[in-house]
Design a protein around this ligand. Structure first.
Ligand SMILES: Cc1cc2nc3c(=O)[nH]c(=O)nc-3n(C[C@H](O)[C@H](O)[C@H](O)COP(=O)(O)OP(=O)(O)OC[C@H]3O[C@@H](n4cnc5c(N)ncnc54)[C@H](O)[C@@H]3O)c2cc1C
Length: 540
């Protein structure tokens, strides 16, 4: 996957996607797979916006049953299963345990009814899945059984516990990046660190965007029959100069990656605010989520998660999970993002529940569609609907969507027996091979081959991480990692749970810098930028 700015501006595309989060990437993949000439620009790195910051949960939509929203629950069940089918190496079943109260809405009877309905609605949740990914049905445990099994619940006044299963994705950024790889494999022209600085408008028709290369400062025009604005929180900012808007209110949201060791299951708890919080095991750590602001944030103002927001969330987390005893020093990374909201009262918002595809024809701008997505889990389905609309608008013959049936790159099955034996020449341990298989799936063979070129590339980059040097070299050579942060924070899991430390970052900078011919000055500034990422609280 090679970035080439010239390819963006040298020809006209059918579809130009602006924004390389999970929504933009899924749209570009689908459009390219259906034979549309497709380009995508991302102003920062692929998957560095809200898509980097989600709670790693691939939801089956159980919560929608509280409001009997069957359509959304079905969509979530379908998309949860689809992700497991197309990227089996990147999701794993997770047991969720939620203590129950004696109340009518959150008690045992309500949950039993919810699970009965879920069994009907999610009857096909495991269709076509291997045994390792099959999800058991949810159930309600008595107080005694739940306390015996989950001593952590002893701190509360629960009447029992609800137990259900969803998926979590451990290599979350590799999952997002798989959509970029798939789009690339189907001929889409993708470029990160390229910003759409203005939409190109001519006689009421949008014909693409002026784009700017962040490294050279060069501008060019990316021309397309249809432009898809998938810029997440920046959606209305891109539209504003043309007097267009989706009018989507926004709120900020965060998770806290903690230094608390994770067990086997995810726990839910209720804070005094009434918010349900979850502790999700991820890379051996507990991640606490999700906090959302109850007030709107402005699309055109740089949003930030303040120290006060983090403190308030820690306090809520400690209410919901008294044994957590979390302090600010225990937080190793603040995941933060801005997401669509719905107004509930003047100055008060809540999470928006529905993704929307906005056709701007009605506002006098033909050839432009904006997509505002609300869940990582359902991005593929929204992409399918967006590309259906694109095919209609472009007047093309209808081609069926195949993204729900096609394996994402790296998803072919692997010989597990060979992995557990280590590499035949003994140069990579079975632990190293297991880590590579979990991150790259069947594509791990390519990283293993690269590792054979240099003994230093076969070693872990730091004591605390399984990531080996070859992964960073691979990211720089073949996965469009153009900055150290791209390689350390998103292509590999070296910096997934927090700042990996000076030695690891310097070691990574030496490997990536050699591939990308960085000067000493550039290398030092890349190192500083990575460390800054972990202390900064700005969003976007
Ligand atoms: C704290 C938190 C927890 C969450 N938990 C979950 C969860 O557990 N499960 C779940 O399913 N969902 C969850 N979500 C929701 C999910 O993360 C989002 O719905 C999804 O990631 C949105 O993807 P997106 O592509 O629309 O936006 P983004 O990922 O933000 O992508 C938009 C991209 O557009 C780029 N961009 C902006 N302007 C321009 C421009 N002018 N030119 C080029 N590029 C541009 C940005 O850099 C960005 O990368 C969570 C969200 C948050 C914030």
């Amino acid at each position: 996957m090679i970035r080439d700015f010239e390819r963006l501006t040298g020809r006209a595309f059918d579809v130009l996607v602006i924004g390389g989060g999970i929504y933009g990437l899924a749209i570009a993949y689908d459009a390219a797979q259906r034979g549309l000439a497709t380009a995508l620009v991302e102003r920062s790195d692929f998957g560095s916006g809200a898509s980097f910051n989600h709670l790693r949960t691939i939801h089956g939509g159980l919560r929608y049953l509280q409001t009997l929203d069957i359509r959304r629950a079905r969509e979530s069940v379908n998309e949860r299963r689809t992700l497991a089918r197309v990227a089996p190496h990147l999701v794993r079943p997770m047991r969720f345990v939620l203590p129950l109260s004696g109340s009518l809405r959150a008690g045992k009877t309500a949950m039993r009814m919810g699970f009965a309905l879920d069994r009907l609605i999610a009857f096909d949740r495991n269709r076509g899945l291997p045994d390792s990914l099959r999800l058991p049905a949810g159930c309600v445990l008595s107080r005694r059984a739940s306390l015996n099994r989950y001593p952590m619940l002893r701190h509360g006044q629960s009447t029992g516990a609800a137990v259900w299963y969803d998926y979590v994705t451990i290599e979350a950024d590799r999952l997002t990046f798989s959509f970029a790889l798939a789009a690339d494999e189907h001929g889409a022209v993708l470029a990160n660190h390229v910003e759409a600085i203005a939409l190109l408008s001519e006689a009421g028709r949008i014909r693409g965007a002026r784009v700017r290369d962040a490294f050279t400062g060069r501008d060019g025009d990316a021309i397309a029959g249809l432009t898809v604005n998938a810029t997440g929180a920046a959606c209305d900012r891109l539209l504003a100069p043309l007097g267009l808007a989706t009018g989507t209110p926004l709120l900020k949201a965060m998770n806290l990656v903690t230094n608390r060791e994770a067990g086997e299951e995810a726990f839910g708890g209720r804070a005094r605010s009434g918010r349900h919080l979850f502790l999700i095991p991820w890379h051996g750590r507990m991640v606490l989520g999700t906090w959302e602001s109850t007030w709107p944030v402005q699309a055109d103002a740089a949003a930030e998660v303040s120290d006060a927001d983090v403190e308030a969330f820690i306090a809520e987390g400690n209410q919901a999970f008294p044994s957590l005893e979390l302090g600010e020093a225990d937080v190793t990374l603040v995941h933060r993002g801005v997401v669509p909201a719905a107004s509930v009262a003047p100055g008060r918002v809540t999470l928006e529940g529905r993704a929307r595809i906005h056709d701007h024809t009605r506002q006098g701008a033909e050839g432009l569609v904006s997509v505002t997505g609300v869940k990582y889990t359902t991005a593929r389905a929204v992409a399918e609907a967006t590309v259906d609309a694109a095919v209609r608008k472009l007047g093309r013959t209808r081609v069926p969507c195949r993204t729900a049936l096609t394996l994402l790159p790296g998803s072919r099955s692997l010989d597990q027996a060979r992995i557990s034996e280590g590499s035949p020449d003994g140069s990579l341990s079975s632990d190293a091979l297991s880590h590579l298989a979990a991150a790259y799936g069947s594509r791990c063979q390519q990283v293993v081959s690269l590792a054979q070129e240099d003994a230093a590339w076969r070693r872990p980059v730091s004591d605390g991480s399984a990531v080996i040097g070859a992964e960073l070299v691979w990211a720089a050579r073949h996965e469009m990692a153009l900055t150290l942060a791209d390689a350390v924070i998103r292509r590999t899991s070296l910096g997934a749970v927090g700042d990996p430390g000076d030695a690891a970052v310097e070691g990574a900078a030496a490997l990536v810098g050699r591939e990308l011919n960085w000067s000493d000055v550039r290398r030092r500034s890349e190192v500083a930028e990575v460390h800054r990422f972990y202390t900064r609280r700005a969003i976007g």
